[in-house]
Design a binder for this molecule. Structure first.
Ligand code: TMP
Length: 210
């Protein structure tokens, strides 16, 4: 778990599920309660992590194996934890990250088929038992998620190029993980209106700040 004075919140979901919008909502909600917060993302969050992100998302990197992908995710994560996440939590700040290790299980494990044991070993090595205090899963149909991604009009990255079947596996993996350890996960129905989604989030934040 996490024994630091600050709390660590992570946001997960398929592309287009509203993580970024809701990350800002959570940040502002906590700040209104006088809680100091930093926001960050994975892969990324540090100079080294952002350089690794560029390799991971670049559509030219067609040769990348699933194992390379997994190890790059954890290389970025190690840097992120040591350089940014843990130092901030230790000073009492709360840290909200757009994605963390659940994404490695969902994307590299379930969707790409990398052995979960390998992911678990990297997780133990890099995190040594450290886990988020709470993980929000923004659950949405693949069809709706893809529609939202396309409507942004941004360039599609290496992951967004994958087919529907890949994201079905990702979605299923997140829901399965949430089912296995309900104490850490908050599953939010992201198909609802933004106002309803934020009401759902607020209920969990109230519990977390009590
Ligand atoms: P983002 O677009 O939500 O910022 O995430 C970048 C992509 O990286 C997204 O498609 C999910 C993927 N990803 C993994 O495959 N494994 C991981 O461990 C993480 C953190 C992200």
């Amino acid at each position: 778990m996490n024994n630091y004075s600050g709390k660590f919140i992570t946001l997960e979901g398929i592309e287009g599920s509203g993580k970024s919008t809701n990350l800002q909502f959570i940040k502002h909600w906590l700040e209104e309660k006088d809680i100091a917060v930093i926001t960050t993302r994975e892969p990324g969050g540090t100079n080294i992590g952002e350089a690794i992100r560029e390799i991971l998302l670049n559509t030219n990197n067609k040769e990348m194996t699933a194992e390379t992908e997994l190890m790059l995710m954890f290389a970025a994560r190690n840097q992120h934890l040591q350089e940014k996440i843990i130092p901030h939590l230790a000073t009492g700040k709360w840290v909200i990250s757009d994605r963390f290790t659940d994404a490695s299980y969902a994307y590299q494990g379930t969707a790409r088929g990398v052995d979960y044991q390998k992911i678990y070993e990297l997780e133990q090595w890099v995190q040594q038992g450290f886990q988020p205090n709470m993980t929000f899963i923004f659950d949405l149909s693949i069809e709706e998620g893809m529609k939202r991604v396309k409507s942004r009009g941004e360039q599609i990255d290496r992951f967004e190029q994958e087919q529907e079947e890949f994201f079905e596996k990702v979605r299923h993996s997140y829901l399965h993980r949430a089912n296995q350890s309900p104490a850490r996960y908050a599953v939010v129905d992201a198909a609802q209106s933004l106002q309803n989604v934020q009401q759902q989030i607020e209920k969990y934040l109230i519990k977390l700040t009590e």
